[in-house]
Structures are given as structure tokens and as C-alpha cells.
Ligand binder design. Structure first.
Ligand SMILES: [Mg+2]
Length: 206
């Protein structure tokens, strides 16, 4: 019997693809102006940006230190202020009476602006943003803090997210059950307790 759910935000509550072009216009321009990056890398980096924090993408694609700094400065200042909608199946999560926590990695201002546009603040007992520019804490650290603060055991919790290397891995490390929000052919080898491409399946687990 679960007592609480911990959710990821990006690509778990809403699709980043729905806002990426709008959101990253200035950032993509910065990439395209950089003479040291070729077009194929730009396209691959753009796609990764919709899934993972910029700092990790910058390291993986060997962005120059100057470009990484410029990118971080730009992304620190960006907010998203256009209408946004959660995934159509998110209401199944809202309908659960369990306490819910939102733990998301990204730039603080940007993550808060998206949460506001999605109108989901009241769904959560607590919202925690893991911002690599502000703290070296990881999702694993935050999960531990929430367990301490609210006296949850691992068995009390279910972590829901789309990234096997982020929230799913952190939860597995702590012995917490996970729901990987992905279709069968996406991350087929990922280690997770449960998986599915519809959040309605979560209700059957609780
Ligand atoms: Mg995500």
C-alpha cells in the first residue's frame, strides 16, 4: 500500500516537445551562431535538450566552456509564459488521493514558470527543484530528505518518471518502487519496477 507518489515534471506531466521550439528559440540561435559546432551536432543536441538538463547535454556534446557558460546564462533567465497543458492521462494521477511530491531537475525560474502555466501547484504537498546551478544535490538527495521529513519508508513510495538514468535510477538505489512512463520500445532494457505508456496504469499499482 503506497502512501505517496513522487513525480518528475518534464516528459512525465507534459511533453517538452510541445514547448521546445517556442522556449528554446534564443538558445537554438546561440548554438547556430557558434562556428565550432556542425549542423548534425546541433540537431542532436536540440533533441537531447528536450529530455535532459542542459549541463549534461553540453558535456556530452563537448560544447566549449564559453558556449556552456553563455547557454547557462541564457537559460537561467528564461521563463515560459505561454499556455501549457498536461498530458491527457495526467488526470488519473490527480484523481489519486495520495500525497504527491514534484521533484524536477532544471533551472529554477524556468521550472517554476512551467509549473505555473500547467496550473498544477495545488496537486502537490511539496515541490522541489533540483537546480545544478544552485546546489550539487541530486534527486536521490531530495528523495532521502522527503523520506526523513515525512517519515516514509521506501515501501510507502512510488516514483514516476520518464528517465531511467535520473529519477528511476535514484529510486531503485533507495529501494523505492518505480513506474517508468514509457512505451515498450522506448528504453526497453531499463531497470524499473513497473512501466507503461498510460498513467492510468499507476492507479492499479497503488
Ligand atoms: Mg523527465
Amino acid at each position: 500500500m503506497k502512501r505517496a507518489l513522487i513525480l518528475d515534471l518534464d516528459n512525465t506531466i507534459y511533453p517538452v516537445s510541445s514547448i521546445a521550439e517556442n522556449l528554446f528559440v534564443q538558445f537554438y540561435a546561440l548554438l547556430e551562431q557558434d562556428p565550432n559546432i556542425d549542423t548534425s551536432i546541433i540537431e542532436a543536441a536540440k533533441s537531447e535538450m528536450t529530455r535532459r538538463p542542459f549541463q549534461h547535454v553540453a558535456d556530452d556534446f563537448n560544447f566549449s566552456p564559453a558556449l556552456k557558460i553563455k547557454g547557462i546564462e541564457l537559460l537561467k533567465s528564461i521563463t515560459y509564459n505561454s499556455p501549457m497543458k498536461p498530458y491527457a492521462d495526467y488526470h488519473h494521477i490527480q484523481s489519486s488521493g495520495l500525497d504527491k511530491f514534484l521533484v524536477t531537475t532544471g533551472f529554477t525560474n524556468l521550472q517554476y514558470s512551467k509549473i505555473k502555466q500547467l496550473d498544477i501547484v495545488d496537486d502537490f504537498k511539496e515541490i522541489r527543484i533540483v537546480d545544478p546551478e544552485v546546489s550539487s544535490k541530486t534527486k536521490l538527495d531530495i528523495f532521502k530528505e522527503l523520506m526523513d521529513k515525512y517519515r516514509y519508508t521506501p515501501a510507502d513510495l512510488l516514483v514516476i518518471g520518464d528517465d531511467p538514468q535520473s529519477e528511476i535510477k535514484a529510486a531503485i538505489t533507495l529501494g523505492i518502487d518505480t513506474f517508468l512512463y514509457a512505451s515498450d520500445n522506448h528504453h526497453p532494457d531499463a531497470v524499473t519496477t513497473y512501466r507503461g505508456d498510460n498513467l492510468e496504469k499507476v492507479l492499479a499499482i497503488l
